[in-house]
Each structure stands twice: as C-alpha cells, then as structure tokens.
Design a protein around this ligand. Structure first.
Ligand SMILES: [Zn+2]
Length: 429
C-alpha cells in the first residue's frame, strides 16, 4: 500500500452532482469537503481534474467459494441453474482448502483493482467438512485491511432437503460466519420452503444475526417465499436486517398479487438484491418465445420505497463463464434488463452497486461525508451515467486514506487516412 498520513484530492465531482469539490483525508477518515481547501503541510496532493469520486463499489451477492472454478470438473452444457448446482456437487468432493483460498484471494485482487471494497459472499455449508467455510473465514481475515468480506451460511442443497445442512449451518455460525442464508425454492415442497424460512429467521433472531436468502429464484409465478420471508421478518422484528436475493419469480407473478406483495416487502424493510447478469442468463430457460428476462421488478420495487441493490453473483464458475469483478458491468446489465433508461433511473442503477448495497450489508462509516472512512474510488468519468456507459477506469482506489490501486487513464491513438497522422483520442472530454 502507498501510505500517506494526509491526502488532499482536488477538483472532484460527486455522484450527487456536486462539482469542484476538494476532499481532505487524515488518519484514514474524511476530515473536510469543500471547494479550494488549502493544502496542509506534508499532504500529498492528487489532482482530480473534475472526475467522479464515488464511494467504493459494494457487491451484496457473491459466491466466492465457487469463483474462478470455471471448467472444473467440466463446463455447464445446458447453461441452467440446476445443471450448475449439479456440477458444483460434482466439484465439491475435490475441493481443497488451498485451492479455495488461492482462488478467493485472486478474486479479491480483481475486486480491489475495480474499486470493489465490500463483498457479501455466500458460502456453501452442505459439505460436512465445512472446508469452504474454513477457507473463507481465513480469507476474510487476510483481506480485512483492504476489503470488507461478509459471509452468509448458505445451505445450497436445502436446509431441510439435505440431512446435515442445519447442523452444518449452525456450526458455520458458531465458527464466525456473519449472516444466515437459505434457499426455500430448492426445498422439496412449497411448505418445506416456508418452514425453512421460518426456522432460519428464528435462528437469526435468536443469534441477533442478519438474514440473506436465495429466494424464489425460479420462473414459477406461484412461488411465494418472499411473502413468507416478509411475514417472518415482520413477526420477529427483524426490520432492515433481512435480504431477499434474486426474487426472479416476481417477474412472472400476477400483477394483482404483486400489488399486494410490494407493500408487505416495504413494511418489513426487506432489502432486495437482483443479480442481472445471472438472472438474464439463467431464467427463462424453459421458454420458447416470448422469452422471459427473469429479473425481479426493480423499478417497481424502488418506486415502492424498497432498498434494491444489484449483485454480481458469479464470476467464472459452474453457473456463469464470464464476469470480472466490475460492478459497473453489473449496473449496466441491470439498467438494460430493467429498461431503466431515464437519467434518474440510470443514476439509481449506480446507487444499486454503491450506497444501496452498503445499506444491505449494514456498512458503518460508508459514504462521502466528513467523519466517514476515507474509502473511495476515482473514476475516469464525469458522472454516474458516464461511468456506467464507459465502464469507467478506476484511476485511483483509496482505502482508509491509503492508495491501494491505480489504473492509467484510457487513451487511444488513431492513424487514419486523410487525417492528421496521429490523433490522440482520450475518453476525457
Ligand atoms: Zn447466489
């Protein structure tokens, strides 16, 4: 890490549109924000040149135990969720802790380079050895100086459907896993799914933990687990501490039913995480045409006052062969799939991978304000919409006041007939 006690970043634009701002950092915190701040003695001056300074990207839905395993032991031929789960089952017995740690650390390096400094990852607890849990607890500690990692105890094979999943999940929580996970739509019956939501929410309430469930990740218009999740959140007073991930069935639900459901989600303050890259590729696989997109109803949820974030979910694993820890790619896909094309909606998509996501994880001291931690990313863009359009370079990534990653500004040099021999073209206007 490049260490500096004091940093002064000059002439910045913020996601809320404020421009010409300077930011003074000292002791790892933001000490002042104002135009034309004096440069204190010994401070390192960084010229922002009017570029966008954003709080770091946050990914609230990831699978770090599976990442970068693409092709092991084979490639998902059908491209479906269920073949992915089967493939993961084939891979699990061959996992080693060393390989898990190595792949996870490599992914965290990618994340840091992309200004992604907080990740909530699910970790499968259906392997009785809990190898992945041990590996990711180790990784959480290793990366703590530069990345906040939150772990969800995720019973991939179903907490009721798999005989040892519940005791394993409790063991994982005892070992220090942060959040209670679940997968009600993968239980044997709808009623088992509802029962799994009840018992997992009660477990979280007993232990004072947050909940994040894979919920209704199907095209089934009658899947109702989000209703049950909102109900138990309300009943147990877990408001603001529960997340429904995916909710893809909402895409296919009856509109009248959704009009009843949205206020229930809002009332329970259940956060929603859509995973646009994965939802658009995994859902609608049984359709001919018209082919459903499968992502949950993002603009309608936002309009109802629900906090919605976008997650990456997968990078080069049994479910998805692409991805690069770039949350701007995730925001761009979310924008397209949800047809959120107004200026306000595009900005909302930027919020879905920054401030909204930080709220899902309950991150303290996040954001561009005096007194907050000096964690941010300087983007080669003038505003959030341009950042999404260009998937802007991360010129500088700062954590606790230290520069931890730099990427050179993107430029291209053109040599064209009947034009000056060299045109230096940059993405900066
Ligand atoms: Zn997932």
């Amino acid at each position: 890490m490049e260490r500096s006690d004091r940093l002064l970043l000059r002439n910045l634009t913020f996601p809320d549109g404020r421009s010409g701002q300077d930011v003074l950092v000292d002791q790892g915190r933001i000490q002042a924000i104002a135009p034309a701040l004096p440069v204190p003695d010994g401070a390192t001056l960084i010229e922002g040149d009017g570029q966008l300074l954003s709080p770091p990207f946050v990914d609230t839905h990831f699978h770090m135990d599976a990442t970068l395993s693409y092709g092991l032991p084979r490639v998902n031929q059908s491209g479906t969720l269920l073949e992915g789960i089967a493939l993961w089952g084939e891979l699990k017995p061959h996992l080693t802790q060393e390989a898990l740690v190595e792949r996870a650390l490599q992914y965290c390096d990618w994340a840091v380079a992309k200004g992604l400094l907080a990740i909530r990852t699910h970790v499968d607890v259906c392997d009785d050895r809990l190898l992945a849990v041990e590996a990711l607890l180790h990784v959480r500690q290793r990366v703590a100086p530069y990345l906040d990692l939150q772990l969800v105890a995720f019973p991939q094979d179903g907490v009721l459907r798999s005989a040892t999943a519940l005791p394993n999940l409790k063991r994982a929580l005892d070992m220090g896993v942060d959040v209670v996970g679940g997968i009600p739509h993968f239980e044997r019956t709808m009623s088992d799914g509802a029962e799994s939501v009840r018992l997992l929410c009660e477990l979280a309430a007993e232990r004072d933990l947050r909940v994040d469930m894979h919920c209704d990740e199907s095209d089934d218009p009658l899947s109702r687990h989000i209703e049950t999740l909102a109900f138990h959140t309300q009943r147990l007073g877990l408001h603001g501490r529960v997340t429904g991930s995916h909710l893809t069935s909402m895409h296919s639900m009856d509109n009248y039913y959704v009009s009843k459901l949205l206020p229930l989600i809002k009332e329970a303050q259940v956060h929603v995480v859509a995973n646009p890259l994965i939802n658009i590729t995994l859902q609608g696989r049984h359709d001919t045409y018209p082919k459903r997109r499968g992502m949950t109803r993002v603009p309608e949820l936002m309009a109802a006052g629900v906090n919605v974030a976008f997650g990456h979910d997968c990078v080069m694993d049994p479910w998805y062969s692409l991805g690069s820890a770039d949350m701007l790619e995730v925001a761009q896909m979310g924008l397209h799939v949800a047809q959120m094309t107004s200026q306000a909606q595009m900005r909302a998509c930027f919020d879905a991978v920054t401030v909204n996501a930080a709220r899902v994880m309950g991150l303290d001291d996040y954001g561009l304000a005096v007194g907050q931690r000096a964690d941010f990313v300087l983007l080669q863009a003038r505003d959030p919409v341009e950042a999404i359009r260009l998937r802007a370079n991360r010129l500088l990534v700062v954590r606790r006041g230290a520069v931890i990653a730099r990427t050179p500004a993107a430029t291209a040099t053109l040599s064209l007939p009947d034009r000056p021999p060299t045109v230096d073209w940059t993405l900066r206007r």
